[in-house]
Design a protein around this ligand. Structure first.
Ligand code: GKR
Ligand code: MG
Length: 448
């Protein structure tokens, strides 16, 4: 067999800068972390993958190395099979998933091996001289993929003592979006400014507002202001299950002319799972509902679909794998449901992976989530895929179709190594806004 052999697997943890973005979990820290997988093969090709950060994911990846190295690239499915046989995820530890957005559980929902799958598909595509999307499902469906403008409320970073947790300051950037994204954005008018800035820079036509931050009625006011400014946009809101069923119904019932669909409006309560509660929300409001919280594995997916609890499943490839995410798009499409992608903070390697996955998804995907606009400028690639007119351009080269810049990777690794902790902790920065703040999955983070 002429297939190249995988000669090396590197796992490189990296970090990048973020804004003080607000969610139900608290405030994003100034720095976020990710893990990179870099495979080298005997033909001299490099395959890359990116996944969530933190020591747990990094250790899992390092433990998988010996199942990957010295294997022919074309045996990528056997490699994944071996990994799954050896690293049989214990359902006990992630059974509840992130129904309550408990960030400490995210590491069990994310499956580290999907970064290896991405790097393997990158190598296989290079060997076969085709883009990664041609290796997935039914092959390439489109050459550009719609993404949405992911809007966040952001707190004033100056409330955090200098030196304690240093947020990036871009007040002297020539780019209006880069300046704005590091400022306080806490009112409906400021969120409209935010949407204008990203619409101008990236051409977004549709938006998602991260809720679970202010009182529900204020968040609805923000949605109304957005719709007034962008009457043709599809706008959705995602409070990550912060509202009780009763609150969610009261807040959303009269919002049909403003909101296209609601993402995880409510979650588990009163002994019922998030799936049952979302079904009741749908019954009461007739809204289309999306999730990245109540269906994060195939067993949860079964119950979600059986209950008809959801219309749009955001199949994050870091949860489902690339093959799995596309399989999901096939199932959803054949059942008349909608597929999309969920994201967390990420670099442009994940952006390229989203482009390839979105290109292979069948049917009519919902505009994909991406946090990348908050990280734009800190690129680890030579040729970061661009968002033009709200559409992510799918790289045309072989495999992932992009090239890594190792100098930037090593700088991001140095930043990671300088951190006192590598795990996401959204409570820490919150303490400077509200002393003694603790996470409560039923209270918007700034409502205490
Ligand atoms: O970036 O903090 C965040 C988001 O709230 C993230 O944690 C969510 O998982 O973006 C995600 C979502 O759509 O629920
Ligand atoms: Mg969500």
């Amino acid at each position: 067999m002429n297939s190249p052999i995988i000669t090396k697997m590197e796992v490189i943890p990296v970090a990048g800068y973020d804004s003080m973005l607000m969610t139900l979990s608290g405030a994003h820290a100034p720095v976020f972390t990710r893990n990179l997988v870099i495979l080298t093969d005997s033909a001299g090709h490099i395959g890359i993958g990116e996944i969530h950060g933190g020591d747990y994911t990094c250790e899992c990846l390092n433990a998988m190395r010996e199942l990957v190295v010295d294997t022919p690239v074309v045996r990528y499915r056997e490699i994944m099979q071996k990994i799954h046989r050896v690293f049989n995820h214990d359902l006990g530890e992630d059974g509840e998933g992130i129904q309550k957005l408990e960030i400490s559980k995210l590491k069990f929902v994310v499956k580290s091996e999907w970064a290896i799958e991405c790097a393997l598909l990158d190598l296989l595509g290079q060997y076969m001289e085709i883009p990664m999307c041609q290796l997935l499902g039914e092959g390439r469906q489109r050459t550009e993929v719609e993404v949405l403008g992911y809007l966040f409320y952001a707190s004033d970073k100056n409330k955090v003592p200098q030196g304690e947790m240093q947020y990036l300051d871009e007040h002297d950037s020539p780019d209006p979006w880069f300046r704005l994204r590091r400022e306080e954005i806490l009112t409906p008018a400021r969120v409209v400014e935010e949407a204008e800035a990203v619409a101008e820079k990236y051409g977004f036509r549709n938006f998602k507002l991260k809720g679970g931050v202010l009182a529900g009625e204020t968040e609805m006011e923000t949605v109304r202001a957005l719709k007034k400014r962008f009457p043709n946009a599809r706008i959705n809101i995602d409070p990550n299950g912060a509202w009780s069923l009763k609150e969610a119904i009261a807040l959303c019932r009269d919002m049909h002319e403003y909101i296209t669909y609601v993402e995880d409006p409510c979650g588990p309560e009163g002994g019922y799972s998030g799936r049952e509660i979302m079904r009741e929300f749908k019954n009461a409001t007739q809204f289309q509902v999306a999730t990245n919280m109540i269906a994060v594995d195939w067993r949860q997916f079964y119950h979600t679909v059986s209950l008809n609890a959801c219309d749009i499943i955001l199949a994050d490839p870091h949860f489902w794998g690339f093959d799995g995410a596309i399989r999901m798009s096939q199932l959803l499409t054949s059942w008349g449901l909608t597929w999309g992608i969920h994201s967390n903070n990420h670099f442009d390697i994940t952006l390229a992976a989203f482009a390839q996955t979105g290109a292979a998804a069948v049917g009519e995907p919902a505009p994909l989530d991406t946090h990348w606009i908050w990280q734009d400028g800190q690129n680890l690639l030579e040729d970061t895929p661009q968002i033009i007119n709200g559409k992510l351009q799918v790289p045309e080269g072989n495999g992932l179709g992009v090239h890594i810049n190792m100098d930037r990777v090593m700088a991001a690794n140095a930043l990671y190594n300088s951190l006192p902790s590598h795990d996401r902790n959204d409570a820490k920065a919150m303490q400077y806004l509200i002393p003694g703040w603790t996470y409560d999955h039923k209270k918007p983070c700034l409502v205490r």
